[in-house]
Design a protein around this ligand. Structure first.
Ligand SMILES: Cc1ncc(COP(=O)(O)O)c(C=O)c1O
Length: 421
């Protein structure tokens, strides 16, 4: 048995098995820039990176900054502050609500969603929460309860008072108009019970909502005294070509939640940034975490922000995203047609044509040197780092076209028909 297979076997023996995690497909030996290398010598463009690799893997400036921080101040116990954590809070709050904002830091996205819910509950005195059907907001008790309404009944430990409305991407339920109607009826039927609405401004399935949607949602929420919370854990920090994803939609939420890439893609860090008027309960523990103001995590985030700004990565994400779209959208291979959707470098590629199955698409992508996940039954995620060069978009597009050819060959073989190409 080779080293990689042996590692997969050891992993499967000691980790609880769960969907999407263990057992694994390969052991990794190296990650650098947009590339990941496995122990069997395969090299993939990382089009997934758990949506936290905005800087690419192992960015040298980030690595150097963390080594220095480790030497200077690696930890900060509660009640003490430190320069990196405070500077980070200053720089993040300066970007939200014209600086009239405050924040809390925590080590993960799920915890951040829980904290945002708690803040909204305290501010409104109401515990009801509205979420979109088919959403995902993490694995805490509260955040998991928000995620999807059709969960396996064995995962039944959920909090009460969650109301799911139809999402804008569900065309059968009327799309964005259907969502607005569903929201209005939910608010009217539960007057005085709902404290907040939690949603991603653009869901990670990369369906882009119409411009009119979020301003109308914000109006409805404000009329009912409901706090609007945007989960930008995957979509924030420049991924969509704007610092906050909601900047695409002429709307400012009461709170925005960042995570994933905030720790530079190497350390876990998340933030709840909210209007400063929410600072109303100093006597309560709203979100206390051991690594709340950890200077290593804060240094990772500060360096992440420095690199975003110095290398103009947000504008680059907008440009490379558009270019990828142009290179891929409309490409045909036999009965398959590729369509590209999304914003910036948070995109999905749909393989329109005969049904192939999501897992078959992922496997075909891997065979073509692309590591990615599904966005729905017909689509693959296209989420490379913001650091990719213009030439890299050619390589990625070529490989996606190879995936289409491979899928076509498999389809021809399975259907027994002569070549359709
Ligand atoms: C939209 C969204 N919200 C919340 C989370 C949870 O973040 P974490 O895994 O850091 O707890 C994720 C993670 O994938 C996510 O995609």
């Amino acid at each position: 048995m080779n080293e990689g297979d042996d590692l997969i076997r050891r992993d499967a023996a000691v980790f609880f098995h769960q969907e999407g995690s263990s057992p694994c497909i390969a052991g990794l030996s190296r990650a650098s820039g947009m590339w990941i290398d496995d122990m069997a010598g395969n090299r993939y463009v990382d089009l997934h990176g758990n949506t936290c690799h905005h800087l690419g893997h192992a960015h040298p400036r980030l690595v150097a900054a963390l080594k220095q921080q480790l030497d200077e101040l690696p930890f900060s116990p509660r009640r003490f502050t430190n320069a990196p954590a405070t500077e980070l809070a200053e720089r993040l709050t300066a970007r939200f609500r014209g600086g009239h904002s405050k924040l809390l830091l925590m080590p993960g996205g799920s915890e951040a969603i829980e904290t945002a819910i708690r803040l909204a509950t305290i501010a409104t005195g109401r515990a009801g929460i509205i979420a979109l059907n088919g959403s995902y907001h993490g694995h805490g008790m509260g955040s998991l309860s928000l995620s999807d309404s059709e969960h396996d009944p064995r995962l039944r430990h959920r909090i009460d008072g969650i109301f799911h409305i139809s999402p804008y991407w569900d065309e059968q339920a009327g799309g964005a108009d259907g969502m607005l109607q569903s929201l209005a009826s939910c608010l009217n039927a539960n007057r005085g019970r709902i404290g907040c609405l939690v949603a991603e401004p653009m869901r990670s399935n990369c369906h882009v909502p119409p411009r009119m949607l979020w301003p109308r949602v914000a109006e409805l929420c404000a009329a009912h005294g409901v706090k609007l919370i945007f989960d930008e854990i995957p979509s924030g920090l420049g991924k969509t070509g704007k610092f906050f994803a909601h900047e695409h939609f002429d709307v400012v939420p009461d709170m925005v939640v960042l995570g994933k890439a905030l720790g530079g893609g190497v350390l876990p860090l998340a933030a709840v940034i909210g209007d400063a008027s929410l600072d109303i309960a100093p006597e309560l523990s709203i979100g206390h975490y051991t690594h709340e103001k950890n200077p290593m995590l804060a240094r990772a985030a500060l360096t992440m922000l420095d690199i975003l700004e110095d290398d103009d990565l947000i504008a680059r994400a907008a440009a490379t995203g558009d270019l990828l779209h142009q290179l891929i959208d409309g490409h045909e291979a036999g009965p398959f047609r590729l369509t590209c959707r999304g914003l910036g470098l948070l995109r999905a590629v749909e393989f329109d044509g005969p049904p192939v199955g999501a897992e078959a698409l992922v496997t075909a992508a891997r065979a073509c040197g692309l590591s990615t996940t599904t966005r729905d039954e017909k689509s693959l995620g296209l989420s490379p780092p913001l650091t990719i060069a213009l030439e890299d978009t050619q390589l990625i597009a070529e490989r996606l076209k190879q995936v289409a050819e491979l899928v076509l060959q498999q389809h021809v073989k399975a259907s027994g028909s002569p070549s359709l190409a």
